[in-house]
Each structure stands twice: as structure tokens, then as C-alpha cells.
Design a protein around this ligand. Sequence first.
Ligand code: CO8
Length: 258
Amino acid sequence: MTDFETILLERKGRVALITLNRPKALNALNSQVLADLRAALQELESDDGVGAVVLTGSERAFAAGADIKEMADKSYMDMFLADFFAGYEQVAAFRKPLIAAVAGYALGGGCELAMMCDILIAADNATFGQPEIKLGVIPGMGGSQRLTRAIGKAKAMDLILTGRNMGAEEAERAGLVARIVPAAELIATALEVAETIAGYSLPAVMIAKEAVERSYELTLSEGLRFERRVFHSLFATEDQKEGMAAFVGKRAPEFKHR
Ligand code: CO8
């Protein structure tokens, strides 16, 4: 696996673990982090041996936001011409399951990065927020859209307009977080979830992810039609035959594409 400047990339069987690694800056997301993440995800996407990916930070911070020091002196033209941080959409476009394991601060771009993942598992010390308003700006990596879809207008407005943080329990109640675990068990739990997913048929997993994502974009009738079409398409896979034959034969399936 390639070495990177600001992230660590490890393989554990069919699961990859990406750890944001700028501890002195609480994993603030600068352009190098973006470049490293994009390169790592590209590598993992094209690796058939990888079935799911966990993205994490440190116990103190998943990521405390976009790098304020890098952004502070930029002009409108700098931001516009570089389409600053548009590259993060590549994280959201990653086709395999991406699990965010969040401990400590997930603020601003950190919260937005976690929301680009498919399953968000939080340590009991996790803190989420969109504090950009305190800096004279607003969320710029999807917070106003993804947070609102995840937790609804009432809470999203509360967080984005006041800049207050919310803890793991409030985030779980609000529907942002799938599970809360003790901080010491965070990585093991996230890897276990990823291993479970990576044990299934990869095309089925990728299509399941895509179908759920389409629900954000489509009307119900179009979404249901999309689901039915891709459901039908899975009957062209060997893994469907194997999965159903294994059930009937009362044995564990041996998926080929996993
Ligand atoms: N950017 C750069 N450096 C940071 C950031 C950050 N977001 N967060 C923390 N750091 C640095 C600090 O400057 C400090 O560095 P140094 O030791 O050199 O002074 C180091 O990390 C440790 O931080 P603190 O000493 O502040 O640690 P505390 O435990 O006292 O506080 C906090 C932790 C509460 C997390 C505090 O650091 C904080 O408030 N950080 C900023 C949080 C924030 O405002 N995040 C939002 C940033 S804006 C954003 O994310 C916009 C996203 C969209 C951009 C897309 C553009 C298109």
C-alpha cells in the first residue's frame, strides 16, 4: 500500500483502514489531506480485494474542520478558480461502503466528511458541529445539505445558526449516528462492521449502497423503479445463485465476488 503524508492506510484482510494523521492540527483538513484521501480511495476502489473501508481520526479528533490557517488569506478568486474543496465529492462518490469511526471532534469539514460516509459509528466522546458561522462563513463541504437531510431542518438550523456542538447521544437520537460505542472499542467495532459487509457479495453491497443513495435524489416512484431494476440485475450474478443455493442447502455461502 502506498505511503501518504497526512493519512495512514492499512489493510486488514478485505478491509482497509484510513487514519487521518495530522495530530498537531487536530486532523484539520488541508489540501494535502484531500489529495491523500483521493489517492487512497482511488487505490482502494480499483482493488478487488477490498470490500469495505473504515475512515477514522484520533481519539481526540476525527477532524476539527477544514484547515482555517490554510483558508484564512484566500480571496474569492482563489476559492472560485480552484473550486476549493470540490474534490471532496470524490469521497461521497466512492462506490464501496465507507464507515466513519468518529471519536472526539468532528467539526465543520470534519462533520461534513463523516457525513459523506455510509455508516457513522461514534465513540461516546464524539462531538459534532458546524461552527463555521463563528468564523463569518457557512458550511462549505455539504453541511447545509447533508446535515439537514440527516437530522431535519429544526436541528440543522439550530446547529448551523448557533454554531453549538452536539454530543454523541444527541447525534444518535437525531439520526446522524448509527451506533455509539465506548471510545476504547471504536476501531474494533468499526472494523467488525466493515468485515461483516466485506464478507458479502461485493456487487450486491455496491448496488445496495447506490440504491439507498438514490433515495436522496429521486421521487419515491422513480426510486422504487430504480431499486427494482437493480434488484433484477443481481439475478445475473453468480453470487445470487450461490447465496440462495446455500440457504436452501442449509450451508454458509461462498460468495465469488467478495
Ligand atoms: N484549522 C486549522 N488548525 C486547527 C483547526 C482547524 N480547523 N482546529 C484546530 N486546529 C489547531 C489549532 O490551531 C491548534 O494549533 P496550534 O497548537 O498550532 O495553535 C491545534 O489544532 C490544537 O487546537 P486547540 O489548541 O484549539 O485545541 P483545544 O482543545 O483548545 O480546542 C477545538 C479544540 C474546540 C476543536 C478548537 O481547536 C476549534 O474550535 N477548532 C476550530 C473548529 C472549527 O471552527 N472548525 C470549522 C472550520 S471551517 C470549515 O470546516 C469549513 C468547511 C468547508 C470548507 C469548504 C470550502 C469550500
